[in-house]
Ligand binder design. Structure first.
Ligand SMILES: *[C@@H]1O[C@H](CO)[C@@H](O)[C@H](O)[C@H]1NC(C)=O
Ligand SMILES: *[C@@H]1O[C@H](CO)[C@@H](O)[C@H](O)[C@H]1NC(C)=O
Ligand SMILES: *[C@@H]1O[C@H](CO)[C@@H](O)[C@H](O)[C@H]1NC(C)=O
Ligand SMILES: *[C@@H]1O[C@H](CO)[C@@H](O)[C@H](O)[C@H]1NC(C)=O
Length: 822
């Protein structure tokens, strides 16, 4: 657009210049004009006629015309007025760009005469172009760690205009990070510098948008903008950060492999690799490495080894998180292991006292135990008990120590050994147990005496035994042990009469075997008793007694001895029988004794030979000789009877005797009268007669007995000396056995005969009636062959049978009784 105001001054300047320079030659003349660009077509540039001083009316005639240089015709000449106007739009920026000045030329030609003039038109710039940024969007990458005042040169804006119309200033939209510095280049052009004013932080704002405005100096100014996008480049300026400083987790012991423990998480605000975190253990013990596994990328911790509460209760795992830039952070995982009841209690016997004496007082400590459990709390709490029922109890002495004590007195004889099973149980759930056996032996104390099976023993010994015969074995039992049960047997000093028992029997102290020391004679000693003592080897020793009753068993070693009729060889006595006697008249009684007893002394009588076998008979079991029939005149006066007496022993002994019987006349009357007196006269006179008769008879028998006794003694002594060198003499002398036996026979004087056996002792000063007992019957021998006489003279022996036979069949026989006097 032209400015009309400026035009006039411009035209005047151009004209003046033309006149001054080029008037001397037509050709040389140069007209100068100045116009603004972008003026409207037809706009006035200058009046060339006026400027050249030509008559504008002659222009047509002279065929005046203008020709632009170049192809484009910007100007046109009005032939009538001589005005040059703009024919075509003139854009200075297109024509000249930045060239200053911008000139257009044209020729002004005249004919008749030919003249041409050169005209130059200076095109003035107008601010018709705004500044333009070639890139409307600028991306600027700035490292976040760039220090403040760092400049960033920005691309300049372009303005086709020149001079002041070109870019004169830059501004940016307000922001907190940058300011803009505008500088002038060496050519005067302006450029802008973005200056960092404040530290960037990508993590806070990773992108900043500002608008850059370029302003030119036109009037009015024009501006152009560009968007600048500032991308803040990441720097590894952020440390990874754990979500927790310390992670606390509980983990059951014995957790399986790959069990989940926990997950640590760290974050990093940085980007990309700077924000990529890898986890690792940091300065952890070897144990932790073995037990736990850490996933480097996820931070998951899992179990790798076997977790044992008893080994380690707390694991501290230091974990490091590292980002791709090498920055790291630390955290700690505290893994608290939770106990589970996986350890059985442990029982340790610290001391044991065995054996213990059975007399230990209740409360005696037998063993000390220590119970342990590696688990903790309830799982490690132990309860100890004894299995079964024992005489022991557990006492808790102090923490987890127990003593095993006796509760009641012990008795080795009942239980000599205890296997005490002690059970330890923890309180976990389920609870675990363990057990230990304490073997306690009970040692013996001598608390039991030896015991015999019976209080008394009866030992039967056959007479005439071998000396040193084993007569029996005693056995006492002591339930104690070993030395305390070692029994020694002994016979207590005792006496049989005046002879010590020790001379009859002895006992083996070790085994209780009893031996006879001498041959025993039933006829001298029938029984004796002594006390045997069993003593154990304890200290002090205990003992017990038992009574020993020795019974000597009779053997048939004595032949019957006939006391009546007396056989002294010299004078054979005769019995008188009245011829008037009827049948069954009691002639006499054969009296025989046997030193033996029982069967061996049961005598039987037989008539072996007689002058007239039909006249007499003998009662087999009592030796009474009676008439079988009445005596006749024809019977011989002298009758001789051979009587055979035999005992019932096996083998049996026998003896014969001869009895002479005289048959006489008129013999029976006085006896009958005598018996009448007995009833009629006074008792005194009758008794006197009896006593006189008895005394006479006794004296007679006594004398005979003494003779027989002496003979017997001599024989016996000789026999004993032959058999046993010692001790026999003693027996005989010391024996308190009755030495005399006298049978009183009232035959012939009494119609009813009473017979008494009288034993007299040599020791007692006077005779004394002790008791009166019935005489036992001598049963007749069975039909056995009569044994031969053993050559012992029956007349030479007189023996007393001091003890009655113990035969339950004992009965009182009429008219026969034995009077024993001691
Ligand atoms: C550029 O513009 C700014 C703000 O508009 C102004 O302060 C400054 O003076 C200008 N500079 C020039 C050389 O005109
Ligand atoms: C870590 O965990 C990821 C995802 O669970 C898994 O793919 C990777 O194999 C694990 N790395 C290791 C070493 O176990
Ligand atoms: C105790 O145990 C021992 C060894 O096991 C065994 O020899 C003995 O017979 C047992 N005693 C009892 C009384 O059970
Ligand atoms: C055994 O007998 C003796 C003598 O008779 C007596 O002193 C002792 O006390 C008795 N002992 C026992 C245990 O009976």
């Amino acid at each position: 657009m032209a400015h009309k105001m400026a035009n006039s001054t411009l035209q005047r300047q151009v004209v003046a210049l033309l006149i001054f320079l080029c008037m001397r030659d037509a050709v040389c003349e140069t007209l100068q004009y100045s116009i603004s660009e972008e003026m409207e077509i037809g706009s006035f540039v200058g009046n060339i006629a006026n400027d050249l001083g030509l008559d504008n009316r002659k222009l047509g005639i002279r065929k005046a015309r203008i020709t632009s240089e170049g192809s484009a015709q910007y100007f046109q000449l009005n032939i009538h007025s001589g005005d040059v106007v703009i024919e075509e739009r003139i854009d200075r920026e297109m024509l000249c760009g930045q060239i200053v000045p911008c000139l257009l030329y044209f020729e002004f030609r005249l004919e008749n005469p030919v003249h041409f003039y050169r005209a130059e038109v200076q095109i003035q710039d107008i601010n018709d172009n705004p500044p333009i940024f070639l890139k409307k969007r600028l991306v600027l990458k700035i490292h976040e760690l760039s220090p403040p005042r760092t400049p960033f040169i920005l691309e300049s804006a372009q303005d086709s205009d020149i001079g002041v119309n070109s870019v004169q200033n830059y501004t940016i939209s307000p922001n907190e990070y940058f300011r803009l510095d505008v500088h002038s280049g060496s050519d005067g052009s302006k450029y802008a510098e973005l200056v960092l004013e404040k530290q960037l932080d990508r993590e806070e704002q990773h992108e900043i948008n500002v608008v850059l405005t370029a302003i030119d100096g036109g009037l009015p100014p024009k501006s152009g903008t560009a968007d600048i996008k500032i991308l803040v480049l990441d720097a590894n300026d952020n440390f990874p950060q754990f979500s927790q400083l310390v992670y606390k987790v509980g983990l059951k012991e014995n957790s399986a492999q790959n069990s989940w423990v926990c997950k640590v998480t760290a974050t990093d605000k940085d980007q990309g690799s700077y924000g990529e975190i890898t986890y690792s253990f940091n300065q952890v013990s070897e144990k932790v490495v073995k037990l736990f596994k850490l996933n480097q990328s996820t931070g998951e911790i899992t179990v790798q080894g076997s977790i044992d509460f008893e080994e380690t209760r707390i694991h501290e795992i230091n974990i490091q998180a590292t980002d791709g830039g090498g920055l790291s952070a630390h955290s700690k995982v505290i893994v608290e292991i939770l106990d589970i009841n996986d350890n059985s209690p442990e029982l340790i016997i610290t001391s044991i006292v065995s054996p213990i004496p059975e007399d230990s007082l209740p409360g005696t400590v037998v063993a000390v135990l220590n119970a342990k459990d590696r688990d903790s709390k309830e799982n490690g709490k132990i309860i100890c008990s004894i299995e079964g029922i024992t005489p022991f109890s557990l006492k808790s002495s102090f923490k987890n120590y127990y003593s095993l004590v006796t509760e009641i007195p012990l008795d080795r004889e009942k239980v000599s050994e205890y296997n005490i099973t002690i059970i330890a149980m923890d309180c976990g759930s389920p609870s675990l147990t363990s057990q230990e056996t304490v073997r306690v032996q009970v040692s013996d104390v001598n608390d039991n005496p030896p015991l015999f099976s019976q209080n008394s023993y009866t030992i039967y010994v056959n007479e005439n035994n071998n000396p040193s015969l084993l007569v029996g074995t005693l056995n006492a039992v002591d339930i104690d042990y070993e030395q305390n049960a070692k029994i020694t047997y002994s016979l207590l000093p005792d006496e049989v009469g005046e002879i010590s028992v020790a001379s009859y029997v002895s006992i083996n102290p070790a085994n209780g075997n009893m031996y006879a020391l001498q041959s025993l004679d039933y006829e001298k000693i029938r029984d004796f008793r002594t006390v045997v003592r069993a003593t154990d080897g304890g200290s002090p020793s205990l003992s017990s007694n038992a009574t020993l009753q020795f019974q000597i068993i009779d053997e048939n070693d004595n032949p019957p001895i006939i006391l009546y009729p007396v056989q002294d060889g010299a004078s054979l006595s005769s019995d008188l029988v009245p011829r008037s006697a009827l049948a069954d008249y009691l002639v006499t009684k054969v009296v025989a004794v046997d030193g033996d007893s029982g069967q061996n002394a049961w005598l039987s009588y037989q008539l072996q030979k007689s002058t007239d076998p039909s006249l007499f008979n003998i009662v087999e079991h009592n030796g009474e000789i009676r008439t079988s029939r009445p005596i006749t005149e024809r019977d011989n006066m002298k009758q001789k009877l051979v009587i055979f007496v035999r005992d019932n022993g096996k083998p049996s002994f026998s003896t014969t005797t001869i009895l002479n019987v005289l048959l006489v006349d008129g013999f029976s009357e006085p006896y009958l009268q005598f018996s009448d007196l007995h009833s009629e006269e006074g008792k005194d006179s009758k008794l006197t007669v009896y006593l006189v008769i008895a005394l006479v008879f006794i004296s007679f028998i006594f004398l005979v007995s003494m003779v027989v006794f002496i003979v017997f003694k001599i024989i016996k002594t000789r026999r004993s000396q032959e058999k046993y060198a010692s001790a026999t003499g003693n027996f005989y002398d010391d024996s308190n056995m009755p030495k005399n036996l006298i049978d009183v026979n009232g035959t012939g004087t009494l119609s009813q005969s009473y017979r008494y056996e009288v034993c007299l002792t040599t020791e007692s000063g006077g005779s004394e009636f002790k008791f009166l007992r019935p005489l036992l019957p001598n049963f007749p021998p069975r039909n056995e062959t009569v044994e031969a006489n053993l050559g012992i003279n029956p007349h030479s022996q007189t023996l007393c049978n001091p003890v009655d036979q113990e035969d339950p069949t004992t009965e009182v026989r009429r008219g026969v009784s034995r009077l024993r006097v001691e």
